[in-house]
Design a protein around this ligand. Sequence first.
Ligand code: ZN
Length: 485
Amino acid sequence: MQLQSFGAACTVTGSMHLLGLGERQVLVDCGMFQGGDDLEARNREDFPFDPASLDAVLLTHAHLDHVGRLPLLVRLGYRGPVYCTAPTAALAETVLLDSARLQVEGYRQDLRKARRQGREDEVLPPLYEEEDVHRTLALLRPSLEFGQTERIAGLRVTPQRAGHILGSAYLVIESGEGRLLMSGDLGNRESGLQLDFTPPPAVDAVVIETTYANRTHRSWPDTLAEFSQALRDSVRQNGKILIPTFAIERAQTILHTIKELMDAGEVPRIPIFLDSPMAARATHEYFEYGDELIPPVRDALQNGEDPFQPSTLHTVTTSAESQRLNRYDGPAIIMAGNGMMTGGRIQHHLKHHLWKPSTNLIIVSYQSPSSLGGRIVAGADTVRLMGEDVAVRAQVHTIGGFSAHADQDDLLAFLSSAGQPQVWLVHGEVAVMDAFLPVLAQQGLKGNIVPDRTPVDLLGPGYASGRPPGLTVPAPTSGHAEAGE
Ligand code: ZN
């Protein structure tokens, strides 16, 4: 039972795990690296295996950092099935088409700039285009259902609810060698729209995400109080309230929360602009798969209500409309992507408002330390935005509890029903995973940090210290907001 990770190993992004189970080669997730130039450069590295040689691809959920390189895999020769749940397939379509569009647009912009400087040959082509996405979507097999075992490439695969985003699953994979659990991303049991994760069965090995393995999220009531206070304070300043949001799950959670706060009279009914066509599209899938959601949201949907539509919501579609918002006077909430502020429409809103003391920037998502958002949270005085230096004079609020990820308590609760497995840590910063090793030991579990690219035997003894040889453990980065994809 071999694992080789080409993403989300010693980092929180780019999930891609190659499993060698007997004769079979199965890829779990094929995500894109996000959050800064160094990380994103890794998207252009060759796949260290022949895509055509894979027996199957399994997806845990539709976030870009778990599906974003699939069209590249297909472009480079993969023609086999891609198994996932039905909501994951629906959301993956939205995510991948948006990703292709962004890449082509980015390429054209870079090319125009480069032409003026006479260096067109330095411009990198898009990773993939829309037709690659359509070829990829044709390979999706949305047959996975929670609790139902399916035979895939000679393996028994049972998806279970992961409680992270719509359609998110963890996978129990049984082969002749034993029983393996691939966690994908696990949900925060307190917040969000999803029902909690299903407790797992006993397994021989677990590969588990560790985004927040070193901390406990603020409680949901405290989070709500903090968020509504930030909104009320911001409204008093009479300026713009910018909320950078990821389009899937976070946008719907925030819309639902604002609606509840406004309906309860906790927050004044100021205009809200959802400046993210992708988030608006993704919201449709929440209507389609309402049964997966927490009871108050599910019941509202069944009663024909729209739990994601505060009364003052305007959905912005075209980029001309988005630009016009720059001239809109008076207080308003603007939600725009992307969540880490590294691109997308949030950038021009930041350029217009970040330098004003009356602006409030409310951060509700994970910010990678190297991203623009990470630099703002760390206290940068000025940041580079769309080719200009912009002073950071806005008030910055970071609200941790909206995280869609499990915290330490959630992870331990999850592992508590999994028997005595070997535990392999992925999807975390090295310092965070390292801090989690002794916590696991207290529970009688042996944890190991999965090395980047180096194959490991999941049923083997692991590493004496839990750390692969040569791994240096940096000091933990601090001060950045929680949550994330
Ligand atoms: Zn995710």
